[in-house]
Design a protein around this ligand. Structure first.
Ligand SMILES: *[C@@H]1O[C@H](CO)[C@@H](O)[C@H](O)[C@H]1NC(C)=O
Ligand SMILES: *[C@@H]1O[C@H](CO)[C@@H](O)[C@H](O)[C@H]1NC(C)=O
Ligand SMILES: *[C@@H]1O[C@H](CO)[C@@H](O)[C@H](O)[C@H]1NC(C)=O
Length: 358
């Protein structure tokens, strides 16, 4: 059989065309990732994200609250890392602070459903969740909740249980593949059964937390791996001691979240960048909206992208903010009398529930 050269040329160009089309569909590229075109080509480990410490602990004038606004508003305003404490409340995975009798922020499932709703409406965004497994649930217990909340399909599972900061996929790849939720579990991870619940401390190191000194050093405080190749998180929330117990120092939140004031996020971030030659991947803050977006400016600087101020939620009035104007020790008011009881119970080691019934 003989083919004319014309036929061969046509066949060749058809082949080229079809393989070209295939390549084009595989290479469909997100044009914006987490709000910036520059971030699509950037490895996840080469991006600095701002996180809400105890994202679910939302209230005003409450010692156990770390945020004024709920997760939906946090995400809307630009928070892309959500830190959670999961407790066992009658075998339900519950978002509580210290203990469920102190602060109960609802179920993990309801919370994750809110995250899913937001992510479904914002398909070019990568979100990270960091979970403190306070009562030792198994990875499979978390997986059941991820499945019922509909976020397991959105979850990124690495090929290996340990990923160096340089080996993460780009944000564009995570977005294109629809695996845009990255979850770390501080303890209890099991790569062989639930690979998308990534062990935090073999992959991430952290600075100290519950800091009461505005110095905010950059020393490696918690890790189970090689800090030189891990992602890292700075815990940038200032506490003060209330009856010996650390509680958020909301009176200094504007300064703590600032770009360049004493104790500001920008200062710690710059210190760590100088110390390690790369900026923090994760920056956890309390009351993220204090500073009017300053925390997002710090992240933009770290990411070498242009910061454009956008309007975000404004701080909710605290009962102390009317009486003192930044004297520095405007006391955290406790609106709920039960909280004082709870706190005293912690200190004296009495079952809070029993006392509260009285
Ligand atoms: C990303 O990598 C470049 C090159 O190593 C580095 O200069 C930059 O600081 C990194 N940025 C972040 C946010 O990790
Ligand atoms: C972590 O930080 C806390 C608070 O500063 C400190 O007491 C503790 O010794 C540190 N642990 C390590 C291992 O650096
Ligand atoms: C924080 O800054 C805002 C805006 O400048 C201001 O309205 C508010 O009073 C400040 N809050 C505190 C506690 O300093």
């Amino acid at each position: 059989m003989r083919f004319s050269s014309n036929f061969l040329a046509q066949a060749a160009s058809a082949l080229l065309l079809s393989s070209g089309c295939q390549a084009a569909s595989v290479q469909r590229r997100a044009d914006t990732c987490n709000g910036y075109s520059e971030l699509c080509d950037r490895s996840y480990g080469n991006v600095s994200f701002v996180g809400a410490h105890n994202s679910y602990a939302v209230d005003v004038n409450n010692l156990f609250a770390n945020q004024d606004y709920d997760v939906t508003q946090q995400l809307k305003d630009g928070i892309r890392l959500l830190q959670l404490q999961v407790h066992n409340n009658n075998n339900v995975l519950q978002l509580c602070h210290s203990e469920c009798s102190f602060y109960n922020g609802g179920t993990l499932e309801d919370y994750l459903k809110k995250v899913k709703t937001w992510m479904d409406a914002n398909t070019n965004d990568v979100v990270t969740i960091v979970i403190v497994n306070s009562d030792g649930f198994a990875a499979s217990d978390f997986a059941s909740v991820y499945e019922s909340a509909g976020v397991s399909d959105l979850s990124y599972a690495p090929d290996q249980s340990t990923v160096t900061y340089e080996s993460w996929p780009t944000l564009g790849m995570l977005v294109d593949n629809g695996k845009r939720l990255v979850s770390f579990l501080a303890s209890g991870a099991d790569f062989s059964s639930v690979p998308y619940l990534i062990d935090e401390f073999t992959n991430v190191w952290e600075t100290a937390y519950d800091v009461t000194d505005t110095t905010f050093d950059c020393e490696v405080n918690r890790t189970k791996g090689d800090s030189g190749t891990q992602l890292y998180m700075i815990n940038h929330f200032l506490d003060k001691l209330v009856l010996g117990t650390p509680a958020p120092d909301i009176s200094k939140a504007n300064l703590t979240n600032s770009v360049s004031e004493t104790g500001g996020l920008g200062i710690q971030s710059d210190t760590c960048t100088a110390q390690y030659g790369r900026p923090p991947n994760f920056m956890l803050v309390d009351f993220y909206e204090y500073g009017g977006g300053s925390i997002f400016e710090v992240a933009a600087t770290n990411n070498k992208v242009e910061y454009t101020a956008s309007s975000i939620a404004t701080p909710k009035p605290t009962s102390s903010s009317s009486s003192s104007s930044g004297s520095g020790d405007g006391a955290l008011a406790l609106g709920v009398p039960g909280l004082w009881v709870s706190l005293l119970c912690t200190i004296f080691g009495v079952g809070a529930g029993m006392i509260l019934v009285v």
